[in-house]
Design a protein around this ligand. Structure first.
Ligand SMILES: *Cc1c(COP(=O)(O)O)cnc(C)c1O
Length: 410
């Protein structure tokens, strides 16, 4: 979104016009931004045999999946349903890595039947998998390197008491299971949920994976998960992917030489690819002045965008209806009957009832975490692709709310 001719726009289309055409609340995605983020990451690791597996859970609209497929991405999925969406979008099953946690063995078997690559994150599941398939179906193992990461404990997955992955401290046990059943382990995986801010810190973590990899002779790839950080507010430190790419290339090459074979290097970016491409547009319903605060109440809430409430995430807000208005301080809140504050004491261009507020960084974990709480319809989604705004998901209706309810005689 850029400000030109006193209008915020995407690919030359005025955001307020998009809001007018499709209504609010509305998710709007800029395809060009998704493409440029993908290419930036790809180019940073161009010296290696790289595969980028888009983390589908960040934003799973089928058109977004197709857009990324066209760029050359594969997928990382955490449920069989996400895998089915990927296949529907045109991905070959073998381009999809299924990384579930605490699902039933039946769901993993379903993944095998679909032809997905399977990532196992529990020893008991590894045993069942070995018992069932022996060496006939390869699988990947998700390791927990116990790197304590900063950030929010809900998204940090690599610490000692995290439920994710098989502890590297249990590697001997893993090897015994693999040997007993003659299993074919084709990849090792870590996803700590931590940020790749400092390449040196990241490489220390990578060393743990390199060390573990020496014990597995049939590997095709090492998967370093995700952790690519984007800016949520001006001045935020973000991942320097070029620096990370250069250092990683050196370390990975050295590992491959030692291992005796060139392996593929995989990453699973979600947020990095789609966060900044997304805007959440909402209409200011009311301005409410209290003795202490000026509230702006919008036509949305935590049902449509839960990150500020669930993760205390800072999401930048802009009044796109009044780009040259003087700035004043507002607390922007939702319409849900619960405290759902999108932003405390924010400086926004003078807000009038009816003005459209754009929330930035709404592409990742926005729509995909939305719900019908308070019996509200979920928003529509629009993709700006090749200079045109396309509706890619209709706004819901009362029919949708009732479609699965079963009426009995009362
Ligand atoms: C959520 C998830 C990702 C993506 O994380 P981002 O922070 O959105 O990049 C990657 N891999 C796995 C296994 C995940 O669960």
């Amino acid at each position: 979104m850029i400000l030109e001719n006193n209008q915020y726009s995407i690919q030359g289309l005025a955001m307020v016009d998009i809001a007018k055409e499709f209504g609010t609340p509305l998710y709007v995605y800029d395809a060009e931004k998704i493409q440029s983020q993908y290419r930036k990451l790809r180019d940073a690791f161009s010296g290696l045999d790289l595969r980028l597996k888009y983390a589908t859970k960040a934003l799973s609209n089928i058109n977004i999946l197709r857009l990324l497929k066209k760029e050359g991405a594969g997928l990382d999925v955490v449920s069989i349903q996400e895998a089915q969406l990927g296949i529907k979008a045109g991905f070959a099953p073998e381009e999809i890595l299924f990384t579930p946690n605490c699902v039933s063995f039946a769901e993993i078997q379903e993944g095998v039947k679909l032809g997905l690559r399977i990532n196992i994150d529990n020893i008991s599941v590894l045993e069942q998998f070995g018992h069932t398939y022996k060496g006939t179906v390869p699988c990947c193992i998700r390791l927990n390197p116990h790197i304590m990461a900063g950030g929010n404990s809900k998204i940090s997955t690599g610490h000692i008491d995290s439920k994710f992955g098989i502890s590297v401290l249990q590697l001997r046990h893993v090897l015994k299971v693999v040997e007993t059943y003659g299993m074919h382990i084709n990849g090792l995986h870590v996803h700590t949920g931590s940020d790749f801010l400092d390449a040196e810190v990241f490489l220390k973590g990578a060393d743990i994976l390199f060390n573990a990899a020496r014990d597995f002779k049939d590997l095709e790839f090492l998967d370093f998960g995700s952790g690519f950080k984007v800016a949520y507010r001006e001045g935020d430190v973000t991942t320097d992917v070029d620096d990370l790419g250069r250092k990683m290339e050196k370390a990975f090459r050295a590992f491959c030489e030692d291992y005796g074979r060139e392996l593929q290097i995989w990453f699973e970016p979600g947020k990095y690819l789609v966060s900044e491409a997304g805007y959440f547009l909402m209409k200011t319903n009311v301005i409410k002045t209290t003795p202490a605060t000026v509230f702006a109440g919008v036509d949305s809430g935590l049902n449509h965008m839960i990150r500020p409430m669930m993760y205390d995430a800072y999401q930048e807000l802009v009044n796109i209806s009044n780009p040259s208005g003087p700035k004043r301080v507002y607390t922007v809140v939702g319409y849900i009957c619960e405290t759902d504050t999108f932003g405390h004491d924010r400086k926004l261009h003078d807000l009038r009832e009816g003005d459209i507020i754009a929330m930035k960084n709404a592409g990742a974990y926005g729509f995909s975490m939305s719900s019908n709480y308070n019996s509200r319809y979920r928003p529509a989604e629009v993709l700006v692709y090749e200079g045109k705004a396309h509706l890619i998901r209709k706004r819901e209706s009362m029919e949708d709310l009732l479609s699965k309810q079963v009426e009995i005689d009362i």
